[in-house]
Design a binder for this molecule. Structure first.
Ligand code: OKP
Ligand code: ZN
Length: 345
């Protein structure tokens, strides 16, 4: 399968995140994608370098003030104190209900809160460059699919599906899957189906397309009553305005078996088939794996082949975009299994 990689992903390498009040090593680490690239290269897969500038498309899915902030965030952090080069910035105050989010504070950490949904999205010196190159990879993959390729894979980190119109969150900065869907729309697809199979609900993607009928968002994920991101991903979220009826959430309880998960995949595929779409974007989270350290579904490595096979039977031009998955050493096998399953149909 045509595969784009992210040549700058290793520049996004924050050391730690918070877990129950303690600093722990980041789960979303460079080795994740190194393992996927290794598995792809081992089977002779050519990894292409991004060749499309996603900047114009990023402006269609993210707010200008958020993009401007993110692009220079690290320089702003260093401007506070050169010693910050070795320190990770974290937000400490957020404009929740009754507080104003229309004003942009001058204080950097306050602005970090304005543009964040959590304190779980650490930055490093190369974060913008890595995130931008990932969005370029997504735009590149989608462009080839728009031009007639059957499928393409965007092998990138950091992930993107928690990043909303004007905020980062859940290890995500730029919404790569939204970029791919928007590229397909810009290049002639009338309706795009965006299926998110990551363990965590893709709140950012849902929010970007919530009032639009041209991108049908469907997500299978851990029930947000107990699982991150908690505040979105519930079954009664079906879209608004022109987008009413074009959002489908299929939450499943933590601990759900592979059998039940595949029943949900069947429901998702039935909706895609009935609503109609001329292209598919898959937010390919691999944290549904039974060995994932932060998630609670139970897919085995062989099940990922079945995922690819089922998606192929939709018969749509397809862009796969890597999202989560934290059992790093198994990510290569699991990713390759999805792509192999797809190509064998
Ligand atoms: C990103 B993606 C665990 C903290 C979990 C949020 C999880 C973000 C998942 N110690 N923080 O959807 O895989
Ligand atoms: Zn996830």
């Amino acid at each position: 399968m045509i595969t784009y990689h992210n040549p700058l992903h290793q520049g996004h390498a924050p050391a730690h995140e918070f877990f129950r009040g303690e600093r722990v090593p980041c789960f979303e680490k460079p080795a994740r994608v190194d393992y996927v690239e290794g598995a792809l290269r081992a089977r002779g897969q050519d990894l292409m370098t991004p060749d499309v500038d996603s900047a114009p498309v990023l402006s269609q899915v993210h707010a200008p003030r958020y993009l401007a902030f993110l692009q220079t965030a690290w320089q702003q952090w260093l401007a506070l104190d050169p010693a910050n080069a070795g320190v990770q910035p974290f937000p400490s105050v957020w404009p929740v209900r009754t507080l104003r989010s229309d004003l942009v504070p001058e204080n950097f950490v306050a602005r970090l809160g304005l543009y964040s949904m959590d304190n779980g999205t650490p930055m490093a010196s190369g974060t913008w460059a890595a995130a931008k190159a990932g969005a370029d990879a997504a735009a590149s993959a989608a462009t080839l699919v728009a031009q007639g390729a059957r499928a393409a894979f965007c092998c990138t980190r950091p992930p993107g599906h928690h990043a909303g119109p004007d905020f980062m969150g859940g290890y995500c900065f730029l919404n790569n899957a939204a970029v791919a869907a928007q590229v397909l729309r810009n290049q002639g697809a009338q309706r795009v189906a965006l299926l998110d199979v990551d363990y965590h609900h893709g709140n950012g993607t849902q929010s970007i397309f919530y009032d639009r009928a041209d991108v049908l968002f469907i997500s299978i994920h851990g029930d947000p009553r107990t699982e991150y991101p908690f505040y979105l991903g519930h079954p009664d979220e079906t879209g608004v305005g022109e987008g009413a009826g074009f959002n489908l959430n299929l939450p499943l309880p933590a601990g759900t078996s592979a059998t039940t998960w595949f029943d949900a995949l069947e429901s998702a595929c039935a909706r895609i088939a009935s609503q109609g779409a001329d292209a598919l974007v898959v937010s390919l989270g691999l944290d549904t794996f039974e060995g994932d350290p932060i998630s609670k579904f139970a897919l085995a490595s062989a099940d990922f082949t079945r995922v690819g096979e089922r998606l192929a039977r939709l018969g749509l031009p397809t862009v796969f975009v890597l999202e989560g998955g934290y059992a790093a050493a198994e990510l290569g096998t699991n990713a390759v299994n999805v792509l192999d399953g797809f190509e064998q149909v």
